[in-house]
Design a protein. Structure first.
Length: 218
């Protein structure tokens, strides 16, 4: 098992430079090796208070047969060991066979830890199916890992949220500009049509004057 310092250095490097769509899975892949686990997930708490696990798309989805699976777990459905960890905000271990829904990955052992930043729940790390029992040694290491991950994850969440907000505002601005361009185009069309109508009216008026006075006043 690598030292805590090595784990901290490698996790920090991943979380600081890796794009959001890969960061969670890359951190998880590193820690799966550290905790000698077959499966796991690294998730965060979104603004609605739900657990979001982007890492599942790489680590679990290819072999999970649960229908309509999703990476978002609303607080209302938090259950089992992972749900207790989130609700009780403390690490928990279960070294027995887990009862899981039909199609779910078989789980023999699992443990996890909440990620708290200044007392606020912001994420979770969970691991499963180690060949031997998880012990207090793994729990202590995961707690330390979550403690140092917390401020980095919080900064990433705020940063990624800001990027999403900017992207949303940019999309709204582009949509508004497109609507304005469409309105300007329509106004130009109406203006051109109006000018054409005025020119036609002038021509018709002149034609009427000629018809009234065919001799041109002679």
């Amino acid at each position: 098992m690598p030292s805590f310092e090595v784990i901290r250095e490698r996790c920090t490097e991943i979380m600081l430079v890796t794009p959001e769509e890969r960061m969670y899975a890359d951190v998880l892949e590193l820690l799966l090796g550290v905790f000698e686990s077959e499966f796991g997930y690294f998730g965060y708490i979104n603004s609605a208070g739900d657990l979001v696990c982007p890492s599942m798309t790489r680590n679990i989805y290819p072999v999970c047969q649960v229908p309509d699976k999703d990476v978002v777990f609303p607080r209302a459905i938090w259950g089992g060991l992972w749900g207790r960890i989130l609700l009780e905000r403390r690490p928990l271990v279960k070294n027995d066979v887990h009862l899981v829904p039909q199609g779910h990955l078989p789980i023999g052992r699992s443990f996890g830890c909440p990620i708290l930043y200044r007392g606020t729940l912001i994420g979770q790390l969970h691991f499963a199916n180690r060949p031997v029992d998880y012990t207090d040694v793994e729990v202590a290491l995961l707690e330390r890992t979550c403690e140092f991950i917390a401020p980095v994850l919080n900064a990433r969440l705020r940063h990624d949220e800001e990027l999403r907000s900017r992207a949303q505002l940019q999309a709204q601005l582009e949509a508004t500009n497109e609507q304005l361009r469409a309105k300007v185009t329509e106004l130009e069309r109406l203006t051109t049509a109006l000018l054409d109508r005025e020119e036609r009216m002038i021509e018709l008026k002149a034609e009427l004057e000629r018809l009234k006075d065919p001799g041109g006043g002679a």
